[in-house]
Design a protein around this ligand. Structure first.
Ligand SMILES: *Cc1c(COP(=O)(O)O)cnc(C)c1O
Length: 393
């Protein structure tokens, strides 16, 4: 593997030089006022990225998985019912965590390549007249299949059913690269991690809690110690942590938010859309289907591309690493061997994407697929030329 090439795995993502430097700090006393000068703007920056006025932002030394656990254990009690859809590896793992925590999960089995089945959710919620379902789970961007679900529509389903359940959203591979509207969508808990859209090393679980979710954390019965948001909330009031914070990463997070807000959030999101459109144009030129079943599901942060029957898609990933020192994502779970993934989440430009597309193309030709060198690259080049951003960002 090369240390020079960008990676095209959907996390950890590429780290801009500016953020690597921001994380590299000499030790500070985390009980001194200096720490507050890092913590407050980092939490404030995340709140802006979430497009929220009143979410409380919590940042734990952990990863997205710890964020899932924080969301569940702070809002729910043993045996309570939650509604979730299984349509990829990440939604599956979150369901598995619910079950291991002793929650009663009503699972809606959904084909991989489809989004959260909003109509089914609405039927189930409408039928639940006793309001036994306490939380509805949604994976905003299924990283395994490259499928983005409509969270606003999940909120509409809850409202149409007049259902008071909390809405818990996994935004690990969407937040900070795709539009996420915490307040407008009525999200109660949003979860992400530092090494995806925030372009940092792994090490932070980043969450937003609505006032309703924070209120639920006062009585939620599941056990938690390290991930207790009430202890965190009390410490934040003193600009501190209940234990040792990862201050280098927090400084990086502060800088990452500043970078994105300087670029403009809408510009960040349109950059990701443009890059994704180029990757999709390349897949189309190769004559390969996407795992996502219809255009409204296409993810702007990761593209899962199906390879022809009888071909093992993992060979592309192995060959790219061995021959060219480039990392792509393998197919996971049900789509293992059938798709490979090109990531464009986090720090990414049109030019970086072109080098990933070119490498994938070389690998597929090396492995005997019926693809012409340059076909996908040309399709993406054409898209990027026609839609270029004058700032070159
Ligand atoms: C990466 C990812 C996770 C898991 O996050 P970790 O930081 O690896 O614990 C959860 N959900 C989604 C959608 C992801 O992409």
């Amino acid at each position: 593997m090369s240390f020079q090439n960008p990676v095209f795995i959907p996390g950890p993502t590429n780290i801009p030089e500016r953020l690597r430097k921001a994380c590299d700090m000499s030790t500070i006393d985390h009980r001194s006022p200096l720490f507050g000068q890092i913590l407050s703007p980092a939490r404030e920056g995340v709140r802006k990225v979430l497009k929220s006025d009143n979410a409380e932002v919590f940042i734990f030394p952990s990863t997205g998985t710890g964020g899932w656990e924080t969301a569940l254990t702070n809002t729910l009690s043993d045996g309570q019912k939650v509604l979730a859809a299984r349509h990829g590896m990440f939604s599956q793992r979150w369901i598995d965590m619910c079950q291991r925590l002793g929650l009663d999960v009503q699972v809606v089995e959904t084909p991989w390549g489809e989004g959260v089945p909003v109509d089914r959710y609405e039927e189930i919620l409408s039928a639940d007249t006793n309001h036994e379902i306490k939380a509805v789970l949604a994976t905003h961007n299924e990283t395994a299949t490259g499928v983005t679900s409509d969270i606003a529509a999940v909120r509409r389903a809850l409202d149409a059913a007049g259902h008071p359940a909390m809405l818990l959203v996994d935004g690990v591979s969407s937040i900070a690269s795709m539009d996420f509207r915490f307040d407008a969508w009525g999200v109660d808990v949003a979860v992400t991690g530092s090494q995806k859209g925030f372009m940092l090393p792994a090490g932070l679980a980043i969450l937003g809690f609505s006032p309703k979710a924070l209120e639920a954390s006062r009585s939620a019965g599941l056990r938690r110690v390290f991930f207790d948001v009430q202890s965190m909330h009390e410490s934040y009031a003193k600009n501190a942590y209940p234990y040792t914070p990862a201050f280098g990463l927090l400084n990086g997070l502060n800088e990452a938010c500043r970078m994105m807000l300087d670029e403009g959030l809408e510009n960040v999101f349109s950059r990701h859309n443009r890059i994704a459109e180029g990757v999709r144009a390349a897949a189309n030129a190769w004559g390969l289907d996407l795992c996502a079943r219809s255009p409204e599901l296409y993810s702007d942060t990761v593209t899962a591309i199906c390879t022809p029957r009888g071909f093992n898609s993992t060979d592309i990933v192995t060959h790219a690493a061995d021959a060219y020192g480039v990392a792509f994502g393998v197919g996971l779970g049900e789509v293992a061997g059938r798709v490979f993934r090109i990531n464009h989440l986090g720090s990414m430009t049109d030019v970086m994407a072109l080098c990933g597309i070119a490498t994938a193309e070389m690998c597929m030709v090396d492995l005997g697929l019926d693809i012409s060198l340059g076909s996908g690259v040309a399709a993406a080049q054409e898209y990027y030329r026609m839609h270029r951003n004058s700032s070159g960002a």
